[in-house]
Design a protein. Structure first.
Length: 282
């Protein structure tokens, strides 16, 4: 993070209110303490967020005095920049690519810090700490800079930018152990709770205004929790009774499916994440 502040003029930190971005904010505060975080937090809001994450996002920003910039997919739709998906499995997850790239251009951001980790998904595993993006915001996994001995090359041409991933080598278990060690507040949805869900193609989707039942489907109340946070239309839950951080750590330590294994957006194709990243997705 200090290297980012040293090499770039207009960095920002991607922030959603999820566990990884909360750890990122905590680390940023440590990195620059006692000075404030020297870059704004940027949230690309699909409009289909879990209310628990938005509540914590706003409370944290107010508590630490950070600058929060929110750009919404709805604004992109209203301006004709993107078109709303249709159908029973419609999602705004792909649409946020345009909103993100427009926001970075508007802010003249030359770098964006994020909490992505290599253990999340096979496309993520191809990332470097300093991940180059061309002037169209696109990612080419074959055109990345070497990072020998943790020497980071942030040189760029006009219009290009970098995505910075300080947590690249962390695992999901590392994140949870750090949250426990540092007593970081996280949204309640990460803990076991009862919620109405529908199981669709093996994914447990939470009841919300953005999901319509298909023929033969019914809402069922079950004890679940979420391992990852995203758009409510594609973020799946898991059946779990882990109600404390210690129980979550024990559960994650024995898990055989990655946290994104319950994400419907990653199941659209074998290379769904890589295809999105090539277009500018985080």
């Amino acid at each position: 993070m200090r290297e980012t502040a040293a090499q770039f003029e207009q960095p920002c930190l991607m922030f959603s209110g999820g566990k990884d971005s909360l750890v990122m904010v905590h680390l940023a505060r440590k990195a620059f303490w006692p000075a404030p975080i020297p870059f704004p937090l940027l949230h690309v809001d699909t409009g289909h967020n879990f209310p628990e994450t938005l509540e914590l996002r706003d409370r944290l920003v107010k508590k630490i005095g950070a600058k929060l910039i929110v750009r919404t997919v709805q604004e992109s739709i209203d301006r004709g920049r993107v078109k709303e998906e249709e159908g029973p499995n419609a999602s705004r997850n792909m649409l946020q690519i345009t909103t993100l790239l427009d926001a970075l251009k508007e802010l003249k951001a030359d770098s964006a810090l994020g909490g992505a980790r290599r253990d999340e998904e096979k496309a993520r595993a191809k990332e470097r700490f300093f991940s180059h993006r061309d002037r169209f915001g696109q990612w080419d996994p074959r055109n990345q800079r070497p990072e020998l001995w943790h020497i980071f090359n942030g040189r760029r041409h006009p219009g290009e930018h970098f995505r910075i991933f300080p947590l690249s080598n962390w695992t999901e278990l590392d994140v949870w152990e750090y949250i426990l060690m540092q007593s970081i507040e996280i949204p309640s949805m990460y803990f076991s709770h009862e919620r109405e869900i529908v199981e669709r193609d093996g994914v447990l989707l939470a009841k919300c205004d953005y999901i319509s039942l298909l023929d033969g489907e019914t809402w069922k109340r079950e004890t679940i929790r979420f391992r990852t946070v995203g758009d409510m239309t594609c973020t799946g839950a898991i059946r779990s009774t882990a109600a404390t951080l210690e129980e979550i750590i024990e559960e994650v330590a024995s898990a055989r499916v990655t946290e994104r294994g319950a994400r419907a957006d990653d199941m659209r194709s074998e290379a769904a994440m890589e295809d999105r990243k090539r277009q500018g997705y985080f």
